[in-house]
Ligand binder design. Structure first.
Ligand code: SAH
Length: 482
């Protein structure tokens, strides 16, 4: 597998220093999948080419450390195509360049020069359009040639393999980080499973440009291989990145008022998602305060955003975060800094694994139970199990539920006809949501109120909907259940 990068710039050899490799020598290093070589086929005053060659041992991959053992065939394309292994190799070969460390010519780190990247074979199950879709917004001109399955047998047709040439003005760090993040996005047979540190890698290397990339969600999803909790966490962190950038920009603008005119605009979908999420959590917390709750169960807590807000609410003495996914809980554990949390704080909090579909005594006795963007993840035939678990057995004084309003999706063009998330089993219209709520209120001793969440469209309503169920006072304080 090999990749060549050519840059065109005055005093090009200086850029070789930024890449951290001496133009006169060959760098050789063993890496987890084989061996890497880096060398310069061409060095001239006005351009230089650097090549990365990796010899991947496919048998070694199978026998290697557990993290690489998911390739279950001895014969595969890994040695030949630019893939996630290329990212690993890039990181080994150019780690200091990728993190912007250099001993010389630091002043050229921010310089954009013309790069031509040649990737003779990329495996991409999603076709040419994805390759263009993810590289073009970053300023590359993309030239793609689809490769035949076997040039000797044209009748076999074409393979999901592409020869790709990228050309664009980039800094050294950017061109490397684009390849590092985006090659695994194209490659659908990522060789190692998604772990916590994958998010950090994505944020480290993609944070600066990914937050404003129009295909940000698709990139994140494919990079993290569709793992819901990880994708959510990564998207949330990217939103934070963008918020930070916006705050920094604003600070800059305040210093230099004339810069305001060039202010970067953010994608409407991102704005909407960001604002909505905050509004949802704030609305839930307002509903928690309204009843003077002393305990809260966040059911389907995900990475623990609501739990984190709840911990700041001193009136809450007992907080439970429950999720069915151990990955989500690990993330919550990490994001809440549970290991270093002061004992008094920790005593208020419990994170447990469990499912909303099974009766669970741990869910009983709470003032408020919240299901924030969870219900639409349950298969419709199983909703009735959840209903009994919550409204018959756990029976909190108040149940707060948020869920998307499907009618509003047409306003987000980039969603197309799809639901808002690939794991959503359904999304309700306003009428469907209200009908469900009314049925619950007639079957269990609760009264319900429906509320729109987010900016209202006169025809489509609000993007999100909120249901607040309150237990009849006569059923509180341990009075008989239904
Ligand atoms: N409430 C969080 C997460 C929403 S994503 C937030 O607003 O950020 C939906 C969450 O529901 C995921 O973390 C998923 O693991 C969880 N989930 C899905 N089915 C579940 C079930 N049967 N029981 C408990 N949690 C479930």
């Amino acid at each position: 597998m090999f990749v060549t990068l050519t840059c065109h710039a005055p005093n090009a050899p200086e850029l070789g220093h930024l890449l951290g490799k001496h133009p006169g020598s060959v760098f050789e290093r063993a890496f987890s999948a084989g061996t890497i070589w880096v060398f310069y086929p061409e060095v001239a005053e006005d351009h230089l080419t650097i090549s990365l060659v990796a010899e991947v041992d496919p048998v070694g991959l199978v026998r290697g450390p557990a993290s690489l053992s998911s390739i279950d065939q001895y014969v595969n394309d890994r040695p030949y195509v630019a893939s996630s292994l290329t990212s690993v190799a890039l990181k080994v070969a150019f780690s200091s360049a990728m993190s912007g460390k250099t001993k010389q010519h630091e002043e050229r780190l921010a310089e954009k020069v013309r790069w031509v990247v040649a990737l003779p074979a990329i495996a991409c199950d999603a076709g040419e359009s994805l390759i263009k879709h993810i590289f073009e917004p970053l300023g590359y001109t993309v030239t793609i040639t689809r490769l035949p399955l076997d040039p000797h047998f044209p009748s076999w047709g074409q393979a999901d393999l592409y020869s790709v040439r990228l050309e664009g003005e980039q800094t050294v760090q950017d061109v490397l980080s684009h390849l590092y993040v985006l090659l695994p996005v194209l490659d659908n047979s990522k060789h190692y499973s998604v772990g916590d540190d994958e998010i950090e890698k994505l944020i480290d290397h993609g944070g600066a440009w990914l937050s404003s990339h129009p295909a940000r969600e698709q990139i994140t999803r494919r990079y993290l291989r569709f793992k819901r909790a990880f994708v959510d966490s990564a998207l949330a962190q990217l939103v934070e990145e963008e918020q930070k950038e916006a705050a920094e920009e604003q600070a800059e603008d305040e210093k230099e008022p004339e810069k305001g005119a060039e202010k970067k605009t953010t994608s409407p979908l991102l704005e909407a998602v960001k604002g909505l999420h905050e509004q949802r959590l704030n609305a839930v917390m307002a509903a928690v305060r309204e009843v003077g709750a002393r305990s809260l169960a966040d059911l389907g807590c995900g990475e623990g955003k609501l739990v984190s807000m709840a911990l700041k609410e001193s009136s809450l003495e007992r907080i439970l975060g429950m999720d069915v996914s151990s990955d989500a809980l690990k993330l919550a554990h990490r994001r809440l800094h549970l290991d270093s949390m002061p004992a008094a704080q920790k005593a208020r909090l419990q994170l447990v694994q469990g499912s909303l579909l099974y009766r669970d005594q741990r869910l009983e006795g709470f003032d408020v139970a919240a299901l924030v963007e969870v219900i639409e993840h349950l298969d419709p035939p199983r909703l009735s199990a959840m209903e009994r678990v919550i409204f018959e057995h756990a029976r909190p004084r108040r149940v707060v539920i948020t869920t998307p309003n499907r009618e509003y999706n047409v306003r987000w063009e980039s969603l197309g006809q799809k639901l808002r998330h690939s794991d959503h089993r359904f999304e309700w219209t306003r009428a469907e949501c209200q009908a469900w709520a009314e049925r619950i209120a007639s079957a269990y001793p609760y009264r319900v109120r429906w509320q729109g969440l987010g900016a209202e469209d006169p025809e489509l309503g609000t993007p999100s909907q909120l249901l607040i169920f309150d237990l009849f006072p006569s059923h509180q304080n341990g009075l008989p259940k239904r």
